[in-house]
Design a protein around this ligand. Structure first.
Ligand code: IMP
Length: 435
């Protein structure tokens, strides 16, 4: 049963797009199971650069079936835009399947996302404004519209009849007006139903059949463990389960279907939006990481907050996801920093804490306890040399940094990425996940 989950260990933006694309070489199916168009996965193939938000990364690879699972919230406008972008590159998008049970992000979800953020003022979450929270809230409140509903006019009208008047009242109370009336929204949704009809199906059956047939199935996480609705820095999180736990409910597979779990871990830490970040740097090193690392959001363009690697975060992610290995990204961004700090524990109210606290009030008082390691220079780290010789060409201190992380996390680093391209990757795996 060759299956693999690729999950972010931190607050998203760890470079999952590249790693998923790299590992998808062996995949028959790539499945997204949570999140929506709030994600931003950048993939570089030769001179082409793809910025995907909703489509699974597998869509770039020929012969790979890309699945949007029921746990994803689908923004139909965005989906159409991404498919059009794909067509322009000569790819058909035919290898896409969308769960009939996936909830639809409706225009009023985006309006409400903005209105709720404005109402929270300085205490806002800093959402991507893509309507994610309001859509998931409707799903849980049993007030959502699902992709399968778009295929049945009578049923869709009945659903809108139930949910629309409530929304109208809610939106009015916030002093805004819905963009479309019920009939016009019905028309838009039916058009999308026609457009996406060939792709909409029961993806749980499809995925489970594929697993039974020995096909290689990859589950692609969006966002990261610290943005998980349950185990992230609540309430500064997204509205889905980004951890491996989300795979079962979001793709419709049993827990036994998850075999290998790769945690994509950036060599330092970043986060977009508000919320606690214990190792955040407000100094020249923080600026260095932001500028050299190009730390600006793929979805919103916002600058990302930057800081040292936090093993409290990584160990939390290892435990929650049952990680079997790590893929380390962006090590080269640390080039030329003479001293590297890695946070190994927190001090909170005079106590040493080694497990990530659930209470952000407590977290706000946390002081990082750092171990210091010696850095390396860019002169000792030649990408061409690394491409040719692999791991042995990495500077000694970089290898020490990697060893330190492996020992502290208790999980091996099996993939090292030192650039955006597929060939800028060191692969230390003894066994490919597909074997
Ligand atoms: P939402 O998912 O748009 O509701 O935003 C909730 C929080 O998650 C905000 O802090 C966002 O910046 C963050 N977020 C959502 N998606 C991503 C992502 O793909 N990468 C990094 N942060 C994200």
């Amino acid at each position: 049963m060759p299956t693999l989950a690729v999950i972010g260990s931190q607050w998203g933006d760890e470079g999952k797009g590249k790693i998923t694309d790299y590992l998808a070489e062996d995949a028959d199916l790539v499945v997204r199971y949570q999140g929506g168009a709030n994600a931003g996965h950048t993939i570089k193939v030769g001179s082409e650069v793809f910025a995907l938000h909703l489509l699974p990364s597998g869509i770039i690879r020929e012969g790979v079936l890309s699945v949007i699972g029921n746990g994803v919230v689908v923004d139909c406008d965005e989906l159409r835009t991404e498919l059009e972008m794909l067509h322009k590159t000569g790819r058909t998008g035919d290898m896409l399947r969308i769960s009939d049970r996936a909830n639809v992000v409706l225009p009023y979800h985006r309006m409400l996302d903005g209105a709720e953020e404005r109402a929270r003022g300085a205490k806002g979450v800093g959402t991507t404004g893509r309507g994610i929270g309001p859509c998931y809230a409707d799903k849980i409140a049993r007030a959502g519209i699902r992709m399968g509903d778009l295929l049945d006019e009578v049923y869709l009208w009945e659903r809108l009849d139930t949910v629309y008047p409530l929304k109208e009242k809610l939106v009015q109370s916030l002093g805004i007006k819905l963009e479309q009336d019920k009939a016009s929204l019905l028309g838009t949704l039916l058009e999308y139903g026609n457009l996406f009809r060939p792709y909409i199906t029961d993806t749980s059956v499809l995925i489970n059949d594929a697993i039974k047939d020995g096909k290689k199935v990859m589950f692609e996480g969006a966002q990261g463990t610290m943005l998980d609705i349950d185990y992230g820095t609540y309430p500064f999180v997204t509205s889905s389960n980004c951890t491996a736990a989300g795979i079962c409910s979001g793709a419709g597979v049993p827990p036994s279907a998850i075999q290998d779990v790769v945690g994509v871990t950036k060599a330092y830490t970043t986060r977009v939006g508000a919320g606690p970040f214990v190792t955040e740097l407000h100094d020249a090193v923080g600026l260095h990481l932001q500028n050299v690392g190009g730390e600006f959001g793929t979805t919103t363009g916002r600058p990302r907050r930057c800081g040292w690697l936090d093993m409290m975060v990584v160990r939390h992610a290892v435990r929650l996801n049952g990680m079997t290995s790590m893929a380390m990204t962006k090590l080269d961004i640390l080039n030329d920093l003479p001293v590297l700090k890695v946070c190994v524990a927190y001090e909170i109210d005079g106590q040493i804490v080694e497990d990530f606290p659930g209470n952000i009030f407590k977290l706000a008082r946390a002081k990082p306890i750092y171990e210091e390691l010696e850095g390396w220079t860019s002169a000792s780290c030649s990408p061409a040399e690394i491409k040719r010789k692999g791991y042995g060409a990495l500077p000694k201190n970089m290898r020490k940094y990697l060893d330190f992380i492996t020992t502290n996390a208790g999980v091996p680093i099996e993939i090292i990425s030192f650039g955006k391209g597929r060939d800028e990757t060191i692969d230390l795996r003894k066994r490919r996940w597909s074997e």
